[in-house]
Ligand binder design. Structure first.
Ligand code: COA
Length: 410
C-alpha cells in the first residue's frame, strides 16, 4: 500500500526550515514564522507565488495576546497575497494537525504546493500564564488553579502505571519494587538518552549531557516537579518554529531530494479522564495502526522514530502504543538498548521534546523536518546510517489528539 495506490498520487516533502529552539528573546512569533517559511520555500526550489495554501499549527491558549495568526506567514512576500491560510489548533499536536490538513489539500487536488508551519512563542508570558494556558488542554483542569501544571497530569499517569506494572518489565524482579529503584530509574534513563542525543542537534534548546545518575536522582539541581516526575522528566518551556512544503511532485532546484509520505493516521480519544485507562494511550495506538496500515508496514519496517516525549513517562508508554513491546513491558525497550542511537529502533535521535525543546505548536512540524533530514542524509551529527523509513508521532493532551506519519526516502 502507498498513498499512490490509495489516492492515486503521492505527497512529497520538498523543502523545510527549522529555527533554533529555546528562549528566543530577539524573535517574535511573526519573525519565527517568516524565517522558517522563507527557508522552507527556498529549499523546495519553489517561489512564494507557487504556494497554493498555508496551514499554521499554533496552540497559543493565551500565551500570546494575538489570537488570530493565520495570516502572519503572508508577511514573507507580496506574492503570498490572497493565499488561503488557516490556523489549526489541537493542543500540543497543533503542528501535526497543520501537516495532515496540508496533506489532505494535496490529496484532494485543491492545492499542488502547501506551506505547513508550526510555531509557538511561550517565554514572553510568565510561568503562571504558561501553566494556565497548557492546562487549557485538560478537560478537568482548564481554568483551575494548580501547583503542578501539566506535569501533574502526567505524574498521575506515572503513578497509575507504576501501581499496575511496577517498573514496566513483567517478571524482571524489579517489578513493583517502588518508584525510586524501578520505574524512576527507567524514566531517568529515557531522560539521559534524550539529553545525550540532543548534544548533536544544533537546533536543540538544551545541550546538556546530564547522564543517568543525575537524571535518576532527585537533587537541588533536579528537584521534584510533580511527584514522581523530576525536572529532567519534563520537556522545557520553549520558543521556536519549523516549516515544510508539501507538494504533489518534485520541484527542480530543490536543496535536497524530496521525502515521500508513506502513510498517516489521526485518532482522537475521549477527553474526560474517567473515560480513559490511565496506563495506556489507547487512541495513540489507533493512530499508529492507521499510519502503519496505510504504509503497509509493521513496526519492524521503521529505521527510526521521533515521538512525543513531553514527559519521560509519555515516551515509555509510546513504546507500548507503537507496538514495540506488549503493554506493561515498555522498559524492555530501554533496558535492552533498542531505542538508543545504535539500537534496533532509535527513538528521538534529535533529543526529542526533552532536549530539543517543546514550543508546543511547532513540535509536530519540527519532528517532520528532523525526520526529513534523516531521510535525505542531511541530519549532520544526528545522522543515522541507512535511515530509509521513519515515523513521527505527535500528541495533544494526555493521549487525546494523536497523529502519526510514516516518511520514506525516495
Ligand atoms: N529539563 C532539564 N533542565 C531544565 C528544564 C527541563 N525541562 N527546565 C529548566 N531546566 C534547567 C534550566 O536550564 C536551569 O538550569 P541552570 O540553573 O543550571 O541554569 C534550571 O533548570 C532552572 O530553570 P527554570 O527555567 O527556572 O526552571 P523551572 O523550575 O522554572 O521550570 C519546569 C522547569 C520543568 C517546571 C518547566 O520547564 C516546565 O513547566 N516544563 C513542562 C512544560 C509543559 O508542561 N509543557 C507541555 C507538555 S504537554
Amino acid at each position: 500500500m502507498s498513498l499512490q495506490n490509495q489516492f492515486g498520487k503521492d505527497v512529497l516533502l520538498t523543502g523545510w526550515g527549522h529555527s533554533k529552539f529555546g528562549k528566543l528573546t530577539d524573535q517574535t512569533l511573526e519573525s519565527l514564522i517568516v524565517q522558517v517559511s522563507a527557508e522552507a520555500i527556498q529549499n523546495s526550489g519553489l517561489e512564494p507565488r507557487d504556494i497554493d495554501e498555508i496551514y499554521l499549527g499554533q496552540f497559543n491558549s493565551g500565551m500570546q495576546p494575538l489570537g488570530f495568526t493565520s495570516s502572519l506567514a503572508l508577511q514573507l512576500s507580496q506574492d503570498l497575497a490572497n493565499v488561503p491560510a488557516t490556523r489549526t489548533e489541537n493542543a500540543c499536536a497543533s503542528g501535526s494537525a497543520a501537516f495532515q490538513q496540508g496533506v489532505k489539500s494535496v490529496l484532494a487536488g485543491t492545492a499542488r504546493n502547501v506551506l505547513v508551519i508550526g510555531a509557538e512563542k511561550m517565554t514572553d508570558a510568565g510561568a503562571d500564564v504558561v501553566g494556565a494556558a497548557l492546562l487549557g488542554a485538560s478537560y478537568e483542569m482548564a481554568g483551575k488553579a494548580s501547583t503542578t501544571g501539566f506535569t501533574g497530569l502526567f505524574a498521575e499517569v506515572a503513578k497509575h502505571y507504576e501501581k499496575r506494572y511496577g517498573a514496566g518489565i513483567r517478571g524482571s524482579g524489579i517489578e513493583g519494587s517502588g518508584f525510586a529503584r524501578g520505574l524512576g530509574d527507567v524514566l531517568g534513563s529515557i531522560a539521559a538518552k534524550n539529553h545525550h542525543n540532543g548534544m548533536d542537534n544544533p537546533y536543540a534548546q538544551m545541550h546538556r549531557d546530564f547522564g543517568e545518575e543525575f537524571c535518576r536522582t532527585v537533587s537541588e539541581k533536579n528537584p521534584m516537579v510533580a511527584e514522581p516526575l523530576r525536572r529532567t522528566d519534563c520537556s522545557p518551556v520553549s520558543d521556536g518554529a519549523a516549516a515544510v512544503v508539501l507538494s504533489v511532485g518534485p520541484a527542480s532546484g530543490a536543496a535536497t531530494e524530496p521525502v515521500r509520505l508513506a502513510g498517516f493516521g489521526h485518532a482522537n480519544g475521549f477527553f474526560p479522564a474517567e473515560r480513559r485507562d490511565p496506563t495506556e494511550f489507547a487512541a495513540t495506538r489507533v493512530s499508529w495502526e492507521r499510519a502503519l496500515g496505510m504504509a503497509g508496514i509493521g513496526i519492524e519496517g521503521l529505521d527510526f522514530a521521533e515521538v512525543h516525549d513531553c514527559f519521560t513517562i509519555a515516551e515509555l508508554l509510546m513504546y507500548e502504543s507503537m507496538g514495540l513491546t506488549p503493554r506493561g513491558e515498555g522498559s524492555r525497550a530501554v533496558q535492552e538498548g533498542w531505542v538508543y542511537k545504535d539500537g534496533k529502533l532509535p527513538v528521538n535521535v534529535s533529543g526529542g521534546l526533552k532536549a530539543k525543546g517543546h514550543p508546543v505548536g511547532a513540535t509536530g512540524v519540527s519532528q517532520h523536518v528532523i525526520a526529513a533530514m534523516q531521510l535525505t542524509g542531511t541530519a549532520g551529527a544526528m545522522q543515522l546510517p541507512n535511515a530509509r523509513r521513519g515515523a513521527v508521532q505527535n500528541m495533544g493532551g494526555v493521549g487525546i489528539a494523536n497523529y502519526v506519519s510514516i516518511l520514506e526516502s525516495i
